[in-house]
Write a protein that binds this ligand. Structure first.
Ligand code: ADP
Ligand code: MG
Length: 361
């Protein structure tokens, strides 16, 4: 099913301002769309409006072109999985999964087949007759997914379904969910505050802040072409290094000339209108290389080293105390308090308008 949000807004009763404003979003049939944003940015509100659990104040919600604003949740052909799995503790896994179909007065044989099939896909067949308290957190999360799957919905809605799992299991379930989506081929809308989940799972990411869409696109688009400073800072770990400076004779300079960038010719053209004005320069940690080059170098002192195995993150300081994070291969040898030269790759340099925060190049 294709899901469209047309200029959707939400104002909760008793609140002064709109929680969500002017959301335009198209989620294509079978797409895996991730709604990403910090806590309180309105992600759950959007999902609940799609589910019919929260009313829509303005705009239109369309399923395959049909307006759904006033359609009851039970008639929307959706299934939702929450962060708290909310399984019935007194029922077995089987009964939990069968429950919604039983309520719909589905035939016993149909229910049985659906539950067995979902259990098989999710690899929980051997726990069907256990109670939720007798299985692990990861297995419970699978039961919650199974409960949604048996309904064979046209749209799958998930609100932070992995947040209660430990790191290892989250990593595992991320891959499982992508696999599951591939086999079910159902339009899926997944809410998370975790940019790694969004980057690894999404066909399309919608990044929210403060109830407004900041950017919509594929994960690589977010990483390589962040629309503004907020997106640049939110996506990617470690966070993109940002330097404040001014354009002077076509060259970017920070206050005391610690970072000087001579932009690529195509960027120089875009930066022309910014002559004499403040701009921000962003560069990711992996865009630095060891040693001096002809141009675009920095000299810094290593403050802290975070060894991650395949790479190491060097938390460095300029003489004025300004910080920069540089990532280098794990097998290079660096020591704390050493001074080092690095050069950076102009292809990895982003410029942002300091006033509007929008990307320039
Ligand atoms: P997120 O899921 O991104 O953390 P939410 O959609 O839950 O954000 O909340 C967005 C904002 O809406 C918050 O400021 C929250 O307090 C407010 N909000 C959420 N639900 C309600 C409600 N039922 N009534 C009033 N305000 C609400
Ligand atoms: Mg939420």
């Amino acid at each position: 099913m294709k899901v469209e949000l047309v200029n959707i807004g939400k104002k909760y009763e008793g609140r002064e301002n709109f929680t969500i404003r002017n959301i335009d979003l198209v989620i294509e049939e079978n797409e895996f769309c991730v709604i990403l944003g910090p806590s309180g940015s309105g992600k759950s509100t959007v999902l609940r409006m799609i589910a019919g659990l929260a009313s829509i104040t303005e705009g239109d919600l369309l399923f395959n072109g049909k307006r759904m604003n006033r359609v009851e949740p039970k008639d929307r052909d959706i299934a939702m999985v929450f962060q708290s799995y909310a399984l019935y503790p007194h029922m077995t896994v089987y009964e939990n999964m069968a429950f919604s179909l039983k309520m719909k007065k589905e035939r016993k044989t149909v229910i049985h087949e659906s539950v067995l099939e979902a259990a098989e896909t999710l690899q929980i067949s051997e726990y069907l007759y256990s109670r939720p308290s007798e299985i692990s957190g990861g297995q419970r999360q699978r039961v919650a997914l199974g409960r949604a799957m048996v309904r064979n919905p046209a749209v799958f809605l998930m609100d932070e379904p992995l947040s209660n799992l430990d790191a290892k299991l989250r990593e595992h379930m991320r891959v499982e969910l992508v696999r599951l989506h591939k086999s079910l081929n159902t339009t899926s809308i997944y809410v998370t505050h975790d940019q790694t989940e969004a980057m690894t799972m999404a066909d399309k990411i919608v990044l929210f802040d403060d109830g407004k869409v900041q950017q919509i696109g594929a994960p690589t688009e977010f990483y390589e072409n962040p629309a503004n400073l907020f997106v640049a800072g939110f996506i990617g770990s470690p966070t993109m290094n940002i330097f404040h400076g001014k354009m002077n004779n076509g060259v970017f300079r920070t206050d005391n000339d610690l970072v000087v960038v001579e932009p690529k010719p195509e960027d120089a053209i875009l930066l022309k209108p910014y002559e004499g004005k403040e701009v921000c320069m962003g560069i990711r940690s992996e865009r630095f290389n060891a040693g001096l080059a002809e141009k675009n170098n920095v000299t810094v002192k290593i403050d802290v080293i975070e060894m991650l195995g395949k790479e190491q993150l060097l938390y460095c300081k300029f003489p004025d105390g300004h910080e920069v994070v540089i990532s280098e291969p794990g097998y290079f040898e660096y020591g704390v308090d050493e001074d080092h030269d690095f050069n950076f790759d102009l292809d990895g340099v982003h410029f942002f308008d300091a006033d509007t925060t929008l990307r320039i190049n």
